[in-house]
Design a protein around this ligand. Structure first.
Ligand code: UD1
Length: 429
């Protein structure tokens, strides 16, 4: 097992290339199961663990998968069957719940074990279930040899309907889109998530012959098509706004100057504006942003929200930036119930942070010191890396399996920007 070792206090300088969006690629991989004829070529896949797992899951159900290079998968789902996927794979990540929507759309029935993923408190799937039930499915909890499963069944396939979400859910929006693509009739999703990856999924589905309109707005309309009309295509996944945001914050926190390439600046607007409020200079180009720090960082207040708000997946990284900014910052988690579990690790590095429920108060401006810390989840792991880059002395980050789930070549990319960072084997005691 390996750990990341960082000798901190070196500003990041240079250029970094951003990969495809993990949270956009995952639903597209599962959506490829709806395609009944031809091959689907998905390009710009990030080379991260969650993508490998999702491809293994669809292979276990009978899809043929070829990796022509580490960023491209060719998927042929012609011979797909409904069966329980291996639970050890499903429980490794949250996105395995997209199998429910994809199989419902393809076969009118689905069975999947409860998904795994990062632990931010309870992560129920009641909104997904509400959506499937609106489309005519009977959803039950059942147990098999592999544990607790969700079973969704219909008489004769899904039927278009109005689906209203009381609160925005990215996963539930995507799952209903997947199921409704081949429904008979029209589905209207109200209070839909507007994340760029919802739009990316709609673009992918439409390229395969689906009829999805309005993605990116709160109302998505899907006119169901016959599943025999969905055909293979070539599709390029959009750049990862969270990977890009993470490097933007890392550049700012270390007082560096970094050109972040292959991004869609519009997707980064909330992150860019918040960085600007903290005294960071952001220059937007067509497909890159340049981040530099002309002056001292200043404290600010921030609340995470669904898109176009500040993404909750940027919250831990901003927390570290606030530790580096002089003054008191307030950070409100507006999406998940329990997403400050990593704060203790930052306190071990000398950070002064108080947490009260969903609000963290950060007294910033004092130095951080190297320590042995733990990546408690994916984005918390990224925050530990940024903290290590800023800290005096040596930081060791363990449990990096989480970081590898979502950040391609993070050690190499940061080394190329001048960080003193490496992977080391954890010694057996
Ligand atoms: C996805 C992302 C995750 C990101 C999150 C919010 C993937 C694989 N994961 O997670 O990285 O942090 O969006 O941008 O893409 N909720 C319910 N019932 C439900 C569904 C959600 O109560 O049925 C709650 C959740 O507990 C959470 C909030 O709704 O408090 C938002 O969750 P949701 O948008 O669904 O996030 P995920 O799809 O799980």
């Amino acid at each position: 097992m390996k750990k990341i070792v960082i000798n901190g206090r070196r500003p990041l300088n240079g250029e970094v290339e951003i990969g495809g969006m993990k949270n956009g690629a995952l639903p597209i991989i599962f959506a490829s199961l709806l395609v009944t004829s031809g091959k689907t070529v998905i390009e710009n896949l990030p080379a991260v663990k969650d993508i490998d797992i999702s491809l293994e899951i669809i292979e276990s159900l009978g899809a043929k998968v070829e990796r022509s290079d580490r960023h491209t998968a060719v998927i042929d789902a012609t011979d797909l069957k409904v069966s329980e996927p291996p639970s050890n794979l499903v429980r490794k990540m949250r996105a395995s719940y997209y199998l429910l929507g994809a199989e419902l759309g393809r076969f009118g029935e689905a069975i999947v074990q409860y998904p795994g993923g990062c632990d931010f408190g309870g992560r129920p799937i009641d909104r997904h279930v509400k959506g499937f039930e609106a489309l005519g499915a009977t959803v039950t909890e059942t147990f098999s040899d592999s544990g607790k499963c969700v079973r969704a069944e219909t008489e004769n396939g899904v039927v278009g309907a109005n689906v209203f979400f009381d609160d925005v859910s990215v996963g539930a929006t995507i799952n209903v889109m997947l199921a409704a693509t081949t429904a008979s009739g029209l589905t209207v999703i109200e209070n839909a998530a507007r994340e760029p990856h919802v739009v990316d999924l709609a673009n992918f589905l439409n390229t395969c012959g689906a009829k999805v309109f309005g993605a990116g707005t709160p109302t998505i309309k899907i006119t169901g098509v016959d599943k025999s009309t969905l055909h293979g295509c070539s599709y390029t996944v959009v750049p990862d706004m969270i990977e890009a945001g993470t490097y933007m914050v890392a550049a700012a926190a270390t007082g560096g100057n970094v050109l972040i390439k292959n991004v869609i600046p519009k997707h980064l607007e909330a992150t860019s504006m918040k960085l600007a409020e903290m005294g960071v200079s952001i220059v937007e180009n067509d497909d890159s942003v340049e981040v530099s720090v002309p002056d001292e960082l200043v404290a600010t207040n921030m609340k995470t929200l669904p898109y176009p708000g500040i993404p909750t997946d940027m919250q831990p990284q901003f927390c570290v930036l606030m530790c580096m900014a002089k003054g008191t910052s307030k950070l409100v988690e507006g999406v998940f119930d329990n997403r400050f579990q990593y704060v203790d690790q930052l306190r071990n590095m000398g950070a002064s942070i108080e947490v009260n429920g969903k609000i963290a108060t950060i007294n910033g401006g004092s130095p951080l010191y190297g320590a042995t810390v733990n990546a408690s989840d994916l984005r918390a792991g990224a925050a530990m890396v940024i903290a290590g880059l800023c800290a005096n002395g040596r930081t060791e980050i363990e449990n990096i399996v989480y970081i590898n789930r979502g950040y391609e070549d993070i050690v190499d990319k940061l080394s190329a920007l001048g960080a003193d960072i490496s992977l080391e084997e954890i010694a057996d005691n």
